[in-house]
Design a protein around this ligand. Structure first.
Ligand code: HEC
Length: 185
């Protein structure tokens, strides 16, 4: 009995090994190591999912906009966000959340102090590697809350938009935390 099982297992293994080494046409085993690079249209490729019909509703519930409209909408949004009064009171809950979100999503580039490196940017690892993020609390005293809020949402010419990562409430909490950070020497 034992011998039979061993024999069977041996044959099974041999078949597996042979099949795994068959040329890429093998339908079963390409799935294992070659799934992404099979012939298919990738989302970022021309003619693929990139171009939705204007007015269609995407999976996140947003209507697909004309790129021109989108640009104007974002500009309008930035202007109105900048003019918004911070609705979040800087209480302990807001500050704790703001610190957590700032440390997670902003400090990696901006640091949380005024420290700068030789090139004048914040003393962070990513700046050593070529990023050009300022020690943000040296600038924020000159900005109103709404401006920092929209910055955290849409980013800038180099800074990536972070709105996907932090909600509106969290962005206001981040602003409150930044105001605390500004108090350090
Ligand atoms: C990938 C690195 C990176 C991350 C992460 C990042 N920033 Fe920035 N940020 C930059 C760079 C680079 C600039 C300067 C150039 C620009 O505005 O795009 C900048 C500029 C800023 C400015 C100054 C804008 C101005 O007009 O001078 C503010 C305020 C700011 N960031 C806030 C934030 C906040 C808040 C977060 C977290 C939600 C954040 N940043 C996350 C890279 C980053």
């Amino acid at each position: 009995m034992k011998v039979k099982i061993l024999l069977f297992a041996g044959i099974f293994l041999a078949v597996l090994l042979i099949a795994a080494n068959l040329p890429a046409k093998s339908t079963v085993f390409t799935l294992i190591y070659d799934m992404f690079n099979q012939i298919s249209i990738k989302p970022q490729e021309k003619g693929s999912m990139n171009t939705f019909v204007v007015g269609a509703v995407s999976v996140d519930g947003h209507e697909i906009e004309d790129p021109e409209d989108r640009f104007t909408r974002i500009v309008d949004d930035i202007i109105s966000d900048t003019a918004t009064i911070n609705p979040a009171k800087p209480d302990a809950v807001s500050l704790a959340d703001g610190k957590r979100k700032f440390d997670t999503f902003c400090a990696v580039c901006h640091g949380s102090t005024r420290e700068i490196n030789e090139t004048g940017f914040a003393k962070t690892k990513v700046n050593e590697l070529g990023m050009i993020a300022p020690a943000v609390i040296t600038l924020t005293p000159f900005f109103n809350d709404g401006y920092i809020y929209q910055k955290a949402k849409y980013g800038g010419s180099v800074m990536p938009a972070m709105g996907y990562a932090v909600s509106a409430e969290e962005r206001w909490n981040i602003v409150n935390h930044i105001r605390e950070l500004e108090k350090q020497k």
